[in-house]
Design a protein around this ligand. Structure first.
Ligand code: PMP
Length: 394
């Protein structure tokens, strides 16, 4: 049997990580993998996470199974964090999943189960795992224009034009905030126009929100998700706690199915639990319990939000420093978009050849599509990157 297996394409980002590890140059800079790093290059365990883990260690009396949906208190806490009071709790079905990826995967499975003819529209570009999982599941994928390579902002007219060709029942995958890989985002007026289009054409939104708190703040980053969830008959929301709680390896995510008709919640909840059962039965609990402990304790929650805010502001500071430095070196504003982008990533918008030149000549590693992880920088490496960008002629 094994002899029939074919070599699978390597994950480009993981291959880049390996190349970086093997590079002997000590001035090398890693802007590749999507993990937050502080100025010392460390991905720290957040203070509130440590405190919650201590509390769990002291108080937990069993490791017996939770439910197929995970701990209901986790779903309650996360729904409140993401949706606030935009939607009544009774309208939301939710299950814990192994990370945001697990939520994305389960959402796609639900779409295929509910409507095998539905096509899923993804932004061009999107997080590569979206298309990879859709292809693996045999779901037809369509892409809508998103990134404007001239302005490095959103090609909003192109996006609307493309979504206007979608058929009723198709699903539109949207990044709730901090678009990965570009860093370019819609404003709320544009989001409203997207909502109007979805409703006019009978399209179903699926929101992937993996960076709440990394862009403009916890509430601001959830504003688009809240707007969509409260304005459409039904939507799916896949959330990740990997980044904003720094619990990457604990695999902590949530999938929500929101219906304007609360009468649908029971069936939706049963379906989500069924899908968990088919794939892995009970979702992981440790990360979810840490998150619940933090969100339901006012002191821990305030400390977590404060630390997250420091992370957010440090990335904004690095963006501004890089944009300023490039302004100084080039005498032009053409890199101003770096300060406008939000989240961990910015797409520089250059060719794979120049990305390779940055790596070969300057030891600067970014993904081939020119996605930079801003958190891979610090105040010392920003000027080095700026000079390298100018040197290779981006
Ligand atoms: N969606 C997007 C857009 C992401 O960037 C990520 C993280 N790279 C995820 C989902 C899921 O992350 P995880 O499975 O690690 O929670």
């Amino acid at each position: 049997m094994f002899e029939t297996l074919k070599e699978q394409p390597a994950d480009k980002i993981l291959a880049l990580m390996q190349m970086f590890a093997d590079d002997p140059r000590d001035h090398k800079v890693d802007l590749g993998v999507g993990v937050y790093k502080n100025a010392e290059g460390v991905t720290p365990v957040m203070r509130a996470v440590k405190a919650a883990e201590k509390r769990i260690w002291e108080q937990q009396t069993t490791k017996s199974y939770t439910g197929l949906a995970g701990d209901p208190a986790y779903a309650d806490a996360m729904i409140e964090l993401i949706l606030s009071d935009a939607v009544a709790r009774a309208n939301v079905a939710a299950v814990a999943t192994p990370g945001g990826t697990g939520a994305v995967r389960q959402a796609f499975e639900l779409i295929r189960m509910a409507n095998p003819k539905a096509r899923v529209w993804v932004s061009d570009p999107t997080w590569p795992n979206h298309t990879s999982i859709l292809n693996y599941l045999g779901i037809e994928t369509k892409s809508y224009r998103y990134f404007d390579s001239e302005t490095r902002g959103v090609d909003f007219d192109g996006m609307i034009a493309d979504l206007n060709t979608a058929q009723a029942g198709d699903v539109v995958l949207l990044h709730g905030c901090c678009h990965n890989p570009t860093g370019a985002n819609l404003n709320l007026v544009e989001w409203q126009a997207v909502v109007d289009l979805l409703n006019a054409r009978g399209l179903i939104p699926m929101i992937d929100i993996a960076y709440q708190g990394f862009g403009d703040g916890l509430d601001a980053d959830a504003a688009a998700t809240r707007l969509v969830a409260s304005s459409v008959p039904e939507c799916l929301i896949a959330a990740s706690c990997s980044k904003n709680f720094g619990v990457y390896r604990e695999r902590t995510g949530l999938l929500m199915a929101v219906a304007a008709d609360a009468g649908k919640t029971k069936l939706n909840q049963g379906t989500l639990a069924f899908l968990n059962r088919q794939n892995y039965s009970f979702p992981p609990d440790h990360g979810a319990r840490v998150v619940t402990t933090i969100l339901t304790d006012p002191e821990l929650r305030a400390d977590w939000a404060a630390e997250l805010e420091e992370v957010r502001l440090s990335m904004l500071g690095l963006r501004q420093q890089l944009a300023d430095e490039l302004q100084r070196l080039t005498g032009s504003d053409r890199f101003g978009f770096i300060a406008q982008h939000r989240g961990m990533f910015s797409r520089l918008g250059t060719t794979p050849e120049l990305v390779e030149k940055l790596r070969a000549d300057h030891g600067i590693y970014m993904v081939g599509d020119s996605r930079m992880n801003i958190a891979g920088l610090n105040s010392t490496t920003v000027p080095i990157l700026a000079r390298a960008i100018v040197d290779v002629g981006v």
